[in-house]
Design a protein around this ligand. Structure first.
Ligand code: LLP
Length: 411
């Protein structure tokens, strides 16, 4: 999962920092991230795509300290909201390395991004083209845009995170893309500079990328022939990571090998928008065992992290590997690992075999760096977790645990 994660004398450490010690110091639920892993992942992308701009998809984890680590390795940012723009700027990402996608950008968000002078707007509809053009005109600006095209390929992942299929709300149908480009080309305050596509997330087989990129490249040539100066081809994010022990994931270099042949002859800067494959396995969630409950036919381990902290198992039936923070020779048990929230869907794992645990033990939920904290909520009035970043045997708190007063500040 993460080469910085290891047991030292039976105790789990991340970058040489004891996770038990962190849990005791900061309490649980606690997100812990490895900065070195993030650096390695950004570098792997940069080595695989030396001339490309890697825009870290902030949606995966918006903590500015995390964005900053990616930025330090040369990444820009891919954002989907004004809030993510704010976080990226806080982290010091240069606006000239920020791209902005999303089907429902509001006027306020668009204005903020125009004034920030970001690299490119990935526009998802004709109405958005009109609104952007109008707004740019009223602000006296000319702005760079790409059109997000929907290549209609099946990325073979969970339906909720497949974004490039015909029936999805994203982008414009690639078959009608040329008309949209021609329309955009006539709008005075827009400068048409790119093509954008993104087919989905947690993609473990690179072949759908080949199909998508080939379609995008056909469109590129067609547009160039029609006189457009396409300077950026953004092929999105979506590369999957290992969640299950027996799973293997494609590396950035596998993606590069797959798509580079199709991109030959494209005279434009390539952009990528990886999120999960940068931070997913950088992070884990430490939770404490509160109670054990044996119903005869079923055993439950009740922990202090709930679906408000990590919603992926409930929402996508996602598997997260769970390991003990301290190893013991106590044998194994088959159990559901559930949270404290008042819903049957509040589980981290079902029918999982784990080392026998006791009240007060800590468990580590792996692969929780992406779409973990970012999707957390206050459900059941649960303050959101604390976040800690470790690097080379040192650690720092990057987000305090929330208090009740914080939650009700605006009431
Ligand atoms: N670019 C665009 C336009 C996207 O929509 C996404 C993700 C990405 C880049 C980054 O994809 P990544 O490299 O992280 O796969 N909450 C879900 C994942 C939703 C992904 C949505 N879009 C989950 O927990 O699995």
């Amino acid at each position: 999962y993460n080469r910085y994660l290891e047991y030292i004398d039976g105790e789990l450490h991340l970058e040489g920092v004891s996770l038990k010690a962190l849990a005791e110091e900061f309490g649980t639920p606690l997100y812990v991230y490895s900065a070195s892993h993030i650096r390695d992942r950004v570098r792997a992308y940069r080595e695989a795509f030396p001339d490309a701009l890697i825009c870290y998809a902030v949606k995966a984890n918006f903590n500015p300290s995390i964005i900053r680590v990616a930025r330090e390795e040369g990444a820009g940012a891919d954002i989907v909201s004004g809030g993510e723009l704010y976080a990226s700027l806080l982290a010091g990402v240069e606006p000239s390395r920020i791209v902005y996608a999303g089907v429902g950008k509001t006027l306020k968000e668009l204005e903020y991004a125009i004034k920030s002078d970001i690299l490119m707007f990935n526009v998802e509809s004709r109405m958005e083209l009109d609104v952007l053009n109008h707004l740019a005109e009223s602000l006296g600006k000319k702005i760079r845009i790409a059109i997000r095209v929907n290549p209609d390929v099946d990325p073979k992942t969970h339906p909720y995170i497949s974004t490039g299929m015909k029936k999805s709300k994203f982008g414009v149908d690639i078959k009608h893309a040329k008309q949209e480009y021609q329309y955009a080309g006539k709008l005075k305050n827009l400068e048409v500079v790119g093509i954008h596509c993104h087919i989905g997330s947690q993609i473990l087989d690179v072949s759908p990328y080949i199909e998508a990129v080939e379609k995008v490249v056909d469109l590129y040539h067609e547009l160039v022939r029609s006189g457009f100066e396409i300077r950026y081809v953004d092929i999105g994010g979506g590369l999957g990571i290992k969640y299950k022990p027996d799973q293997s994931n494609p590396e950035p270099k596998d993606l590069a090998e797959a798509v580079m042949p199709a991109l030959k002859g494209v005279d434009a800067k390539i952009l990528l928008e990886p999120g999960r494959s940068i931070v997913g396995n950088a992070g884990l969630l430490i939770t404490r065992v509160e109670f054990l409950k044996d119903k005869g036919h079923k055993h439950f381990v009740i922990v202090d992290a709930g679906m408000n902290d990590l919603i992926r198992p409930a929402m996508y039936d996602a598997y997260h590997h769970i390991v003990p923070v301290v190893k013991r020779d106590t044998g194994y048990i088959k159990t559901d690992i559930v949270g404290p929230i008042c819903e049957t869907g509040d589980f981290l794992a079902l029918d999982r075999e784990i080392q026998k645990v006791e009240r007060g033990d800590y468990l580590a939920v792996l692969s929780a760096g992406a779409y973990g904290f970012a999707m957390s909520s206050h459900y059941n009035v649960r303050p959101r977790a604390c976040e800690v970043l470790v690097e080379k045997q040192s650690y720092k708190i990057i987000r305090e645990r929330e208090t009740y007063a914080y939650i009700f500040k605006g009431e």
